[in-house]
Write a protein that binds this ligand. Structure first.
Ligand code: PEP
Length: 253
């Protein structure tokens, strides 16, 4: 089996003023430095206002920094948006695209997400492409169909094991304290890898990290991260508490 180094990624969303964000980043950087060679990669995705200083705070620690979104275009009249090049310039190595909150709050389609992911790749960033079914879709037995459609529609041309991460985030599990069962998570992750293989080839798909996201906590992380096709987590709420985020990272097999 292709060795995939787990990625533990924190999505801070619209949380954190300067003092809190830098304290959190500093604490994580301190722990990563003390750990030395960690068996996992750690990524934090702060609000745009904090990216530059968080990147400076974690420099040299091994903690990576990512954006929460980017625009598909390189520049221009897009008030309030941020380009992939701007994120890279501010110190990012990664960017989340297609989070369900973007898909819902901003009406982002698979085509939009694909264009954003392409912009990320074009600027040397790793695209963390989020997919996942709603509760109604799961109840209707459409989980695999929806995730297949999102993989097909959201993954850009030129995606490889090195520049693509998929985050499977059942929408109904985000911020709710609910998660699918471990066998359900493994079933969807294995299915996503199969769909990815059809799109980018089996060899690349075997190396792509597929993260689970949706109410991952210190109490359930060990079971989820032990699953064969789960290669880390995209963590919202628990990523805002250094002890919780660190405990999740420590749960990597
Ligand atoms: C998320 O928003 O990506 C997420 C997984 O949130 P939470 O961990 O809070 O469910």
């Amino acid at each position: 089996m292709t060795a995939r180094r787990p990625l533990i990624a924190g999505n801070w969303k619209m949380n954190g003023l300067r003092a809190d964000g830098l304290a959190l980043a500093g604490e994580l950087a301190k722990r990563m430095k003390a750990k030395g060679k960690a068996p996992f990669e750690m990524l934090v995705c702060p609000p745009a206002t904090l990216i530059r200083e968080v990147a400076q705070t974690v420099a040299g620690s091994g903690v990576l920094v990512g954006g929460e979104d980017c625009h598909a275009k390189a520049s221009g009249a897009h008030t309030g948006d941020i380009s992939a090049a701007m994120l890279a310039d501010a110190g990012c190595t990664h960017v989340i695209v297609g989070h369900s909150e973007r898909r819902t709050d901003h009406g982002e389609s698979d085509a939009t997400v694909k264009a954003k992911a392409a912009a990320a790749l074009g600027n040397g960033l790793v695209a963390v492409v989020c997919i996942g079914e709603t509760e109604a879709e799961r109840d209707a037995g459409k989980t695999l169909e929806v995730n297949a459609r999102q993989v097909a529609g959201s993954v850009p041309d030129g995606a490889t094991a090195a520049n693509l991460v998929i985050a499977y985030e059942p929408v109904w599990a985000i911020g709710t304290g609910r998660t699918p069962t471990a066998p359900e998570v493994q079933e969807v992750h294995a299915f996503i890898r199969k769909e990815l293989a059809a799109k980018i080839g089996a060899a690349e798909a075997a190396g792509v990290r597929i993260l689970y996201g949706g109410s991952m906590k210190p109490g359930n992380a060990k079971e989820l991260l032990a699953l064969a096709d789960v290669d880390g987590g995209l963590i919202g709420g628990a990523s805002l508490v250094a002890d919780d985020f660190w405990a999740i990272a420590q749960s990597c097999p």
